[in-house]
Design a protein around this ligand. Structure first.
Ligand SMILES: Nc1ncnc2c1ncn2[C@@H]1O[C@H](COP(=O)(O)OP(=O)(O)OP(=O)(O)O)[C@@H](O)[C@H]1O
Ligand SMILES: [Mg+2]
Length: 194
């Protein structure tokens, strides 16, 4: 059975689709991966023509058909869709990317409470994304995140052009710093799935 990794945050523009793409790209080197794009704007499914190392689909049947996949990533829209509860229930792991700004951290509460309603907080990991160079994640930010009692990924993802351009370049391999971060995050994802 494929492991199902749901990426969600009701806040827009925090890097859900980008992380979904880069983790999929990275894992597809050694595993069979697919992305289920449940965002009606279909930002990732627009890439399906240029991505060849894994499948990107909007067809939810992928979750129930026997397809020999190792991992299915599910990208979600920046709002509470009617489907989300069902997706939370079937997810083996839920990733919540967030920026480290105070408004982003306040906005994460809604997302976390939906996850807690489904008793899935133990299967959830928060990922700090688009961390700017030369900024330290301050104690109060980490304390605020800690208060949710949800695991925080040790790997922080920097704000790098390599990530913005990654869908065109089939990943971030041209930037060793970005690649190191995605490798490290991939490891944490795999460890969380054990
Ligand atoms: N680590 C990063 N460094 C630089 N740019 C990034 C990074 N992560 C994402 N981006 C860029 O930020 C923008 C928003 O990212 P993305 O579309 O992945 O967010 P999202 O959460 O999926 O947004 P939405 O909620 O609208 O679906 C995109 O242009 C993306 O390329
Ligand atoms: Mg998106």
């Amino acid at each position: 059975m494929a492991k199902i990794i749901l990426i969600m945050n009701q806040k827009g523009g925090v890097g859900k689709s980008n992380l979904c793409y880069n983790l999929s790209q990275n894992l597809s080197e050694h595993s069979k991966v697919a992305i289920l794009d449940t965002d009606v704007q279909g930002s990732l499914s627009q890439l399906s023509k240029i991505v060849d190392s894994f499948q990107i689909t909007t067809d939810e049947n992928i979750l129930t058909t026997d397809n020999n996949l190792d991992f299915i990533f599910i990208d979600t829209p920046p709002y509470l869709s009617s489907k989300l509860k069902g997706l939370i229930k079937i997810a083996d792991l839920i990733l919540v990317p967030t920026k480290a700004g105070i408004l982003d951290l306040l906005a994460i509460d809604n997302t976390i409470s939906v996850i807690k309603d489904e008793l899935k907080e133990k299967n959830t990991m928060i990922i700090l994304n688009m961390v700017k160079a030369n900024t330290t994640i301050t104690e109060d930010i980490l304390n605020n995140l800690d208060s949710h009692k949800i695991k925080i990924a040790q790997t922080m993802i920097s704000d790098l052009v390599a990530f913005t351009r990654s869908p065109l370049l089939k990943g971030v391999a041209t930037n060793s710093n970005a690649q190191r971060q995605i490798d490290s995050l991939t490891k944490e994802v795999l460890t969380s799935l054990i």
